[in-house]
Design a protein around this ligand. Structure first.
Ligand SMILES: Cc1cc2nc3c(=O)[nH]c(=O)nc-3n(C[C@H](O)[C@H](O)[C@H](O)COP(=O)(O)O)c2cc1C
Length: 353
């Protein structure tokens, strides 16, 4: 029986946020010098996206490791890439607790964390002195850094510019997160004028040889959004679009916690995020790499997302229910699917569905 199956009743006996903290602390125990990453990836899953070489296309989505504390252990568990953050320029407490809820009957999560994090400077120090180099020898994963704006900032665009400046030196890629529902007004940065101003400012801040920049969008879209956002991304040399963050909508849910305010993720987000991805694929025609995220829990889900146009996929909520072994099982499943389809690489499967 997998270790997580044994631990899960204990972890679920705690409130969701305490369980998350405990999990991070347990994972940190694995990040010392004694930690040996498991040999894990299959050569056929290696894939090049936005100029970066990913050992496999399965990533850990932002929000699990907000402060960049467990990058190496998560890569060691099989993830091809780990996105830390969201990190804001200044440390921030986030919203009052409780602010994280398991919806067990729905295999879903609602969160209204509100960008609680220790700030970019603290993360920068940790990521610089981390054991990443030692691990990299056998475990060449990719590190993404997701940046956002402080809630009380009077210049939100300035916060993103600061994030690009501060974090470019340690990140393999940066993600501009304008899709969290838990910082009032943040999602308005997806609107036409604001998005152009933001992406202009970011473009002006990037330096030659700096990391690629991804844009993370919400799944709650107006009909014209995909085309408009793809155009803005291409105009401003954004390197990939992550679809999607959590939803503020509430598909039919069974759990008592269904009415909690915040962003919904996990299984009930799957169809919505897949549909949003398809809309972006049809708007972009393959002109910009897309990263599928939202409700992915199995190799079937990951494969469906890749065939719908995703070059990479990310997950978070399914790990709450399945445990961190989920990365490995999706990777193995994907390798089998490639073989059955007679394809030599993930890139050949992208957008074929
Ligand atoms: C507790 C929690 C915290 C999150 N925090 C962030 C965050 O700080 N920044 C971000 O871009 N996305 C954040 N997300 C969204 C995830 O990265 C992901 O986009 C979303 O949960 C959908 O994927 P999933 O269904 O696999 O969880 C968070 C999600 C959860 C559940």
């Amino acid at each position: 029986m997998p270790l997580y199956t044994l631990l899960r009743p204990l972890i679920f006996a705690l409130d969701a946020e305490s369980a998350h903290r405990l999990t991070i602390n347990l994972l940190k125990l694995r990040s010392g010098t004694g930690f040996t990453p498991e040999p894990r990836w299959t050569p056929s899953l290696r894939t090049r996206v936005a100029g970066l070489d990913f050992p496999n296309p399965v990533g850990l989505a932002a929000g699990f490791d907000k402060n960049g504390e467990v990058v190496e252990p998560m890569l060691g568990l099989g993830f091809g890439f780990v996105e830390v953050g969201t990190l804001t320029p200044r440390p921030q407490r986030g919203n009052d607790r409780p602010r994280l809820f398991r919806l067990t009957e729905d295999r879903a999560v609602i969160n209204r964390m509100g960008f609680n994090n220790r700030g970019q400077q603290a993360a920068l120090k940790r990521l610089k002195r981390g054991t990443r180099r030692a691990v990299q020898l056998t475990n060449p994963g990719i590190l993404g850094v997701n940046i956002g704006a402080n809630k009380d900032s009077s210049d939100r665009i300035g916060d993103y510019v600061e994030g690009v400046r501060a974090m470019s030196g340690v990140a393999d890629y940066l993600t501009v997160n304008i899709s969290s529902p838990n910082t009032p007004g943040l999602r308005a940065l997806q609107d036409q004028g604001a998005l152009d101003a933001l992406l202009d400012a970011i473009k002006g801040t990037r330096v030659a040889n700096g990391p690629p920049v991804f844009l993370k969008v919400a799944p709650d879209l107006q009909k014209s959004d995909p085309e408009r956002i793809v155009r803005a991304a291409l105009d401003h040399r954004i390197d990939a679009i992550i679809i999607s963050n959590t939803t503020i909508s509430r598909p039919a849910l069974k759990s008592a916690r269904a009415r909690e305010q915040g962003g919904l993720s996990g299984e009930p987000l799957r169809a919505l995020a897949l549909d949003a991805l398809r809309q972006f694929r049809s708007a972009s025609g393959g002109g910009i790499p897309l990263i599928g995220c939202g409700g992915i829990a199995t190799a079937d889900d990951a494969w469906e997302r890749i065939r719908a146009g995703a070059s990479l996929i990310q997950l978070y909520s399914a790990m709450v229910y399945e445990g961190p072994g989920i990365a490995r099982s999706i990777i193995q499943g994907l390798a089998d699917k490639l073989k059955k389809a007679g394809l030599g690489s993930i890139a050949e499967a992208v957008g074929t569905g």
